[in-house]
Design a protein around this ligand. Structure first.
Ligand SMILES: Nc1ncnc2c1ncn2[C@@H]1O[C@H](COP(=O)(O)OP(=O)(O)O)[C@@H](O)[C@H]1O
Ligand SMILES: [Mg+2]
Length: 270
C-alpha cells in the first residue's frame, strides 16, 4: 500500500511504508546442509538493518540470494511490495539492489571515474569515451558521499581502504541503487576508516537508501543500525529495533539464540 492510502480500519503498525525489500521464508541447502533455513527479513527506505550472527550463521549466503549470486531453494523476494525473480546479479541490479563486497571488487589500475563507469561508460556522439563527462559526474557523486575526496586522478590502488569503499559505493549509487548490501564492510579497515564508512552509511540513509549491514561483530553495527536481525545456524533468532533491546540482549541472541522481550522471535529462537 502506498503511503497516505491507509484506511481508518487498517491496523496501526510502526510503519506506513512498503518495504524496499522483503525476503520471506528463504531456505537454501548445500549438500544436505541447510545454510539458510526459513529466514524472513525486510528493509525500509532510509533504514539500516544490521544482519548479525557468528561466522557460519548464514548471513552471506542469505544476502547472496538477494544479490543474485545464489538461487534460493524456497522462499520469496518482494521489491516495493511486488514479488520478483532474482536469478542473476543483473536481475538484482535491475531492481536497484547493489552489493559492496568485502574485497571491494575494483579495478586497481584505473581511477575513481574509470571504476564507477566500468562496463557502463559514457560515450561522446562520436563513439569515443566521454572522459570529461565521466569525471564531472564522478566529482558530483563523490561530493555527495565523501566531500573530502580529492584523489580523482590516481589509480584506486593508491587509495586508502576507506577511500576505496567510497568509490565502490559511488559506483553502486550512481546507477540508482535503492538497496545497498554491505557484507562485513569494515573487516579490513582501521578505526579512522571505519568511521568514514559510518559517515557514508549515514549519508546514504539521508538519501532514502536502505542498507543491509552484515557483521559478525555487534559493535560494528549497533550504533548505525535502526534494527537488527540475528541469525544462528542458518535460522533467524529474531529481529528488533535497536531502541527496544540492549547490546547484551543482542549478544544473547547471537551466542545463545535467546530472544529478549523487545524482539520479535524467529523460527531459530531457542
Ligand atoms: N557455496 C557453498 N557451498 C557449500 N557450503 C557453503 C557455501 N556457502 C556457504 N556454505 C556454508 O553455509 C554456512 C553459512 O555460511 P555463510 O553464509 O558464509 O555464513 P556467514 O556469512 O554468516 O559467516 C556455512 O556452514 C558455510 O560453510
Ligand atoms: Mg559472511
Amino acid at each position: 500500500m502506498a503511503a497516505g492510502t491507509t484506511t481508518l480500519n487498517a491496523p496501526v503498525t510502526a510503519r506506513s511504508t512498503t518495504p524496499l525489500v522483503e525476503m520471506r521464508n528463504i531456505s537454501i541447502s548445500f549438500g544436505g546442509i541447510k545454510a539458510v533455513d526459513d529466514v524472513t527479513v525486510d528493509l525500509h527506505p532510509g533504514e539500516v538493518v544490521g544482519l548479525l550472527g557468528h561466522n557460519g550463521a548464514g548471513k552471506s549466503t542469505l544476502i547472496k540470494i538477494l544479490s543474485g549470486a545464489y538461487r534460493a531453494d524456497a522462499g520469496e523476494i518482494y521489491v516495493n511490495g511486488t514479488r520478483v525473480d532474482i536469478s542473476s546479479p543483473r536481475d538484482a541490479k535491475r531492481h536497484g539492489i547493489e552489493t559492496i563486497y568485502q574485497t571491494l571488487a575494483l579495478a586497481d589500475n584505473i581511477d575513481a571515474a574509470g571504476n564507477i563507469f566500468l562496463g557502463r561508460e559514457m560515450m561522446t556522439p562520436y563513439g569515443t569515451l566521454d572522459d570529461a563527462s565521466m569525471e564531472s559526474e564522478t566529482r558530483k557523486v563523490m561530493a555527495r558521499l565523501n566531500p573530502h575526496f580529492r584523489r580523482f586522478k590516481e589509480p584506486v590502488k593508491a587509495l586508502s581502504g576507506g577511500q576505496r569503499q567510497s568509490v565502490a559505493i559511488a559506483r553502486a549509487i550512481y546507477f540508482n541503487a535503492r538497496v545497498l548490501i554491505m557484507d562485513e564492510p569494515t573487516a579490513a579497515l582501521g578505526p579512522a576508516e571505519t568511521q568514514q564508512v559510518a559517515d557514508l552509511v549515514l549519508q546514504l540513509k539521508k538519501e532514502g537508501i536502505g542498507i543491509f549491514l552484515i557483521s559478525h561483530d555487534i559493535h560494528d553495527v549497533f550504533d548505525l543500525a535502526d534494527r537488527v536481525s540475528v541469525m544462528k545456524n542458518g535460522r533467524l533468532v529474531g529481529s528488533a529495533k535497536v531502541t527496544d533491546v540492549t547490546q547484551d540482549e543482542v549478544l544473547g541472541m547471537i551466542i545463545l539464540g535467546k530472544c529478549p522481550p523487545g524482539a520479535i522471535p524467529g523460527p531459530g529462537a531457542s
